[in-house]
Design a protein around this ligand. Structure first.
Ligand SMILES: *Cc1c(COP(=O)(O)O)cnc(C)c1O
Length: 429
């Protein structure tokens, strides 16, 4: 598989190189220049396989026959938990992607990436630096915990992630280093970008990114869109609509890659009050506002990193941006949607899934089957869910235990020089 830097097409790298490097020159994202679609018969046959076998075939097809001989065993090891398509009401299903170790869909990408990376780095040093608005950090920390020769530094915005998310990031210790930054998520993301532009830091610690800009994470996520359709009865597979709760737009990029591969579906973009993309699709102007804190905090991103990939893919496939339905949902409407669905069918959504469900319902046409992505377990947003729905959700035991452990974190100002000296001097491999 050859990947090209979207900001400098002279930089071309293999899959392994893109995974190691994370991001290219001038902070350009690596992306494919073409996607070879499966034939209709191949898609049909893929839909009849189980998750692991099908995912092995899809990823082998994307990565190509000559790279990563361990791919098949990596997939089997990484995707070792359930994905469930659960009916939410008479027209929609929730694709429950939160049944992995940190109860968030990011487990897919992070677990796959950790295994790919450890199989390709050989004896070189490696430090994962990632900025998280909550769930990425937890998934990355869990996926890389105790991986030999790999250090992980997770930056997260002070006061903007849930106590549980913080526990998942900051209680592991060992090779997992939690850094609380006194600034919003976008500043954490800026620090990461600056770090990747710093040649000294890059080579000294073997910098690597594990957030959704890493191509391996996106590829892993392609697989569950096929799984969703495979779990539908055959007669419902023709007019599928996916509604994706978007933050950095990695998840929807993966969905669009699945579509490019031949999966029949259309896509709805669901945002919270951080509505840069919905406003852009409406007006044609890219005008990020200041990030707003919402109850769907993993989507509190006003400058989504992966958007250039969405545009590149649309251009490559001849799709128009005008074909996307989209919506932006405020907190009160999100809560109303959670309550209405719970009262109607008893189905419990947390805020991210509720945003996706709401925008899906606003745009679902007769004869279509709606699937909204359940990106986090309701218990991960227990305070909000309990309060909105008047419940006392139990926290799964593994998570409850983690919340009792002491936090091991470093608190830093949003200042690159401070971060750099911390990484160069305090972290020993
Ligand atoms: C990360 C995340 C999202 C947004 O996914 P992107 O790939 O960044 O668009 C949505 N919901 C939850 C719970 C998340 O953790």
């Amino acid at each position: 598989m050859e990947l090209v830097n979207l900001k400098d097409s002279s930089e071309r790298v293999s899959f392994a190189q893109a995974v190691k490097q994370g991001i290219g020159k001038h902070q350009g994202l690596f992306f494919m220049e073409k996607v070879e679609p499966f034939s209709a018969a191949e898609v049909e046959s893929l839909l009849n396989m189980g998750l692991v076998e099908r995912s092995q075939k899809i990823l082998r097809h994307l990565i190509g026959p000559d790279e990563l001989p361990q791919l098949e065993s990596i997939v089997a090891d990484a995707f070792n938990f359930d994905v469930k398509l659960a009916p939410a009401d008479d027209k929609t299903y929730c694709l429950q992607l939160f049944l992995g170790p940190t109860l968030a869909f990011k487990d897919f990408g992070a677990r796959f990436m950790a295994r790919v990376l450890s199989s390709i780095i050989g004896d070189s040093k490696c430090t994962i630096l990632t900025a998280t608005s909550g769930d990425t950090g937890a998934a990355v920390a869990a996926a890389f915990y105790q991986q030999p020769k790999i250090n992980v530094v997770v930056l997260y915005p002070q006061g903007m992630i849930s106590p549980l998310q913080e526990s998942l990031i900051a209680t592991l210790g060992e090779n997992i280093h939690a850094v609380e930054v006194k600034a919003p998520f976008d500043s954490c993301q800026d620090l990461v970008k600056t770090a990747f532009d710093d040649q000294e830091l890059r080579t000294e610690v073997g910098l690597n990114s594990a957030n959704s800009i890493n191509i391996s994470r996106l590829l892993a996520q392609v697989c569950y869109y096929f799984e969703a359709v495979a779990q539908l009865p055959a007669e419902k597979r023709e007019h599928v609509v996916f509604s994706v709760p978007c933050g950095n737009f990695g998840n929807i990029t993966a969905g669009l890659i699945a579509k490019a591969l031949g999966l029949k579906a259309r896509f709805v973009i669901a945002c919270n009050a951080n509505d840069t993309v919905p406003r852009y699709l409406q007006s044609g102007n890219w005008e990020p506002h200041k990030t707003i804190a919402t109850i769907s905090n993993a989507m509190d991103i006003s400058r989504p990193n992966n958007w250039p990939r969405v545009e590149a893919l649309c251009k490559m496939m001849g799709w128009s941006l005008q074909d996307f339905d989209f919506g932006s949902v405020d907190d009160e409407t999100t809560r109303e949607n959670m309550r209405a669905l719970y009262q109607k069918t008893g189905y419990i959504n947390e805020p991210h899934a509720a945003v996706a469900h709401k925008v899906l319902c606003d745009h679902l046409k007769d004869g279509e089957v709606g699937i909204f992505l359940g990106t986090a377990h309701p218990a991960k947003f227990k305070e909000e869910v309990d309060q909105t729905l008047g419940l006392e959700l139990p926290l799964p035991k593994a998570l409850a235990d983690r919340c009792q452990l002491p936090l091991q974190k470093k608190v830093l100002e949003p200042d690159f020089a401070t971060l750099k000296s911390y990484m160069l001097d305090d972290l020993k491999l």
